[in-house]
Design a protein around this ligand. Structure first.
Ligand SMILES: [Zn+2]
Ligand SMILES: [Zn+2]
Length: 277
């Protein structure tokens, strides 16, 4: 069945990630109220072989509980519910993502993302939304990592490519060329990029060009539009009540720029299950 973007949100968290609140079933109720027909859950990925980013995601032994809750929602709700995961791009984990999550565990889709880069003050990895002065070198490293995620071919789409501009705030020639590199890579691999509505409900950031939302970043998406890359929009809700409003925010952002959003073909009995059209 084909769904237009206004009926689909494939980026949803829950209490399972610790920095989110609300049960899976509460997100389903809110999504129903918001008029969505397809809701995909995409928790932050835990790793089997090491504790990764402890405290901002479920642990690996909790995976079956998350899966059970999502599949229970699929059985009991009137919506199309999809089981997914938001995967930080870690090359060593590619086979875990492909063979276990998308393979034996039967996930319907995986999202690619890069959330953390070394904090210039300490050298220790930190969430990009909490860094204000990312050096150019780290911006370039982000582009390399993000683009390797795109090129892996494991993901249905790649999330919030412009999150890095929460940390690298000046819209200078480095920002322009970093954006162009990501957008051209997405175009080359025909990988959809995500306008993420969650950044619109976070505190705005100060930049040399004045205050702006943490993300999505207009200048980035102007370039994406120009290049003709495929674009999806998602809520990235971390609270049940955010499903509708951040989805609407992401959709309005796209509409205000004249960006045409993709549709989806969903057939859970087919091999590909979910396809971005
Ligand atoms: Zn999160
Ligand atoms: Zn994310």
């Amino acid at each position: 069945m084909i769904y237009t973007q206004d009926k689909v949100n494939l980026h949803t968290h829950s209490f399972y990630c610790i920095h989110g609140t609300g049960r899976i079933s509460e997100y389903v109720s809110e999504a129903e109220k918001a008029g969505l027909q397809v809701l995909g859950f995409s928790e932050h990925v835990p790793l089997p072989d090491r504790e990764y980013r402890k405290g901002d995601r479920m642990t690996y032994p909790e995976l079956p509980f998350y899966e059970k809750d999502v599949l229970e929602a699929r059985r009991t709700s009137g919506m199309q519910i999809l089981l997914g995961m938001e995967c930080d791009w870690l090359p060593d984990e590619a086979s875990y993502y492909r063979d276990e999550l998308a393979g034996s565990r039967g996930y319907d889709f995986l999202i690619g993302a890069v959330h953390h880069m070394p904090n210039p003050a300490t050298g220790v990895e930190k969430y990009l939304g909490r860094i204000a002065d990312l050096p150019v070198k780290t911006l370039l490293d982000y582009v390399d990592i993000y683009n390797a995620g795109i090129a892996s071919g494991l993901f249905l789409f790649c999330a919030h490519p412009d999150l890095v501009f929460a940390a690298y705030r000046d819209w200078d020639s480095n920002a322009v060329s970093a954006s162009r590199d990501i957008i051209r890579c997405a175009k080359q691999y025909d990988m959809p990029l995500e306008i993420n509505g969650y950044g619109l409900v976070k505190p705005p950031v100060e930049t040399p060009q004045g205050p702006r939302p943490m993300y999505p970043v207009r200048r980035f998406w102007e370039m994406a539009l120009e290049e003709g890359v495929r674009v999806v929009a998602n809520s990235d809700a971390h609270r049940p009540e955010d499903v509708g409003r951040t989805m609407l925010g992401a959709m309005s952002f796209a509409a205000s720029m004249g960006i045409k959003l993709c549709s989806y073909e969903i057939d859970l009995n087919s091999k590909t299950r979910v396809k971005v059209l």
